[in-house]
Write a protein that binds this ligand. Structure first.
Ligand SMILES: NC(=O)c1ccc[n+]([C@@H]2O[C@H](COP(=O)([O-])OP(=O)(O)OC[C@H]3O[C@@H](n4cnc5c(N)ncnc54)[C@H](OP(=O)(O)O)[C@@H]3O)[C@@H](O)[C@H]2O)c1
Length: 258
C-alpha cells in the first residue's frame, strides 16, 4: 500500500474519528482537525500512525488555510482532504431562526467551500489529489422535515462538489472529487441536533437500519483505493433517491402514510 497524507476535519468524534482510526491502521499519515483539542489528541493517540492535530474552527477561512499550511509544513504534501465537520438542526422551516440558519450554513456549507478553496490549488500544483466531501442522504432526498436548513445546506454542498468535479475533470484528470451521502449514523450528531428518536447502530428506524461510524468510515476509506464521484452509504439509498426524483408527489404521499 502507498501511504498517503490525509487531512480530516471533524475528527474529534463520530465518523471523522472512526475514519482517522481506520486510515491510521492502514499506515496513512494523518492531520486531524476540530475545535475540541483534548478529544482530538485522544483520537490521535488511537491512530497508531504519524498524526498531527490542528485545532481548527472550519467556519473560519483563516483556520482552514492554517490547517492546510500546517499539514504541508509537517508532511510536505497533502494527498487526500476530507471535509467531514458538520452539525445538524432539529428545526422545521417555520421554526428556524436567523441565528440557527446562519450557523448551519456556516458549519455545513461555508466550511466545505473553504476546504475546497484551500486545498485545490495545492492539488493543481501537484496534478494529483483526492477531495472527499461528506454530505448526507438528506441533501438529496429531503424527507426529514425537522432537518430543514441542514438538508438545504447539504444539498448546496452536493452542487458545489459536482461543479468543482466538472471544472477540474478535463484539465486535471489526476484530481478526483468524491461526494459521500450517509444515511442515519450512530454518533453525537443526534444528541447535538436533538433527534427525537433513539439512533443505535444496527437498529431499524422506519425502513432503514442505523449505521455505525465504523461502517461509514470503512466505506469512505475505500475511496482512497477506488474513488467514485458519489457514494451513498448504504448503497441502497440510491434507490430512494431514484424513487424521489421519479415522482416527488407520490414519494411525499407515501411518506405521509409512514
Ligand atoms: N450522524 C449522522 O446520522 C449523519 C448522517 C449523514 C451525514 N452526517 C455528516 O457526517 C459528518 C460527521 O458527523 P458525525 O455524525 O460524525 O457527528 P459528530 O460525532 O457530532 O461529529 C461532528 C464533528 O464535526 C466537528 N465540528 C463541528 N463544528 C465544527 C467547527 N465549527 N469547526 C471544526 N469542527 C467542527 C466536531 O468537532 P468539534 O466539536 O470538536 O469542533 C466533530 O468532530 C457531518 O458532516 C454530518 O453532517 C452525519
Amino acid at each position: 500500500m502507498n501511504p498517503k497524507v490525509v487531512v480530516i476535519t471533524g475528527a474529534s468524534s463520530g465518523i471523522g474519528a472512526s475514519l482517522a482510526r481506520t486510515l491510521g491502521a492502514k499506515g496513512h499519515r494523518l492531520v486531524l482537525a476540530a475545535r475540541r483539542e483534548e478529544l482530538l489528541k485522544s483520537v490521535a493517540n488511537e491512530t497508531g500512525t504519524d498524526t498531527l492535530t490542528v485545532v481548527t474552527d472550519v467556519t473560519k477561512r483563516n483556520d482552514v488555510e492554517h490547517l492546510r499550511d500546517a499539514a504541508i509544513e509537517r508532511f510536505g504534501q497533502v494527498d487526500v482532504w476530507v471535509n467531514n465537520a458538520g452539525r445538524g438542526t432539529g428545526k422545521t422551516v417555520m421554526e428556524v431562526t436567523d441565528e440557527e440558519f446562519q450557523s448551519i450554513v456556516d458549519v455545513v456549507l461555508k466550511s466545505t467551500l473553504y476546504g475546497m478553496q484551500a486545498i485545490v490549488p495545492h492539488f493543481q500544483a501537484r496534478g494529483t489529489g483526492l477531495l472527499i466531501n461528506v454530505s448526507s442522504t438528506l441533501g438529496r432526498v429531503p424527507f426529514v422535515t425537522y432537518r430543514s436548513v441542514y438538508s438545504a445546506a447539504k444539498s448546496a454542498v452536493n452542487i458545489l462538489t459536482a461543479n468543482l468535479r466538472v471544472d477540474l475533470a478535463s484539465k486535471y484528470p489526476g484530481i478526483r472529487v468524491s461526494l459521500v451521502l450517509p444515511g442515519m449514523v450512530d454518533t453525537d450528531f443526534h444528541r447535538v441536533a436533538r433527534t427525537p428518536m433513539r439512533m443505535k447502530a444496527g437498529e431499524r428506524v422506519g425502513t432503514a437500519v442505523v449505521l455505525s461510524a465504523q461502517e461509514v468510515a470503512e466505506q469512505i476509506a475505500s475511496l482512497l483505493e477506488k474513488p467514485v464521484p458519489e457514494m451513498y452509504i448504504p448503497a441502497g439509498a440510491a434507490e430512494l433517491a431514484k424513487q424521489y426524483y421519479q415522482d416527488v408527489g407520490a414519494f411525499e404521499a407515501r411518506m405521509a402514510r409512514w
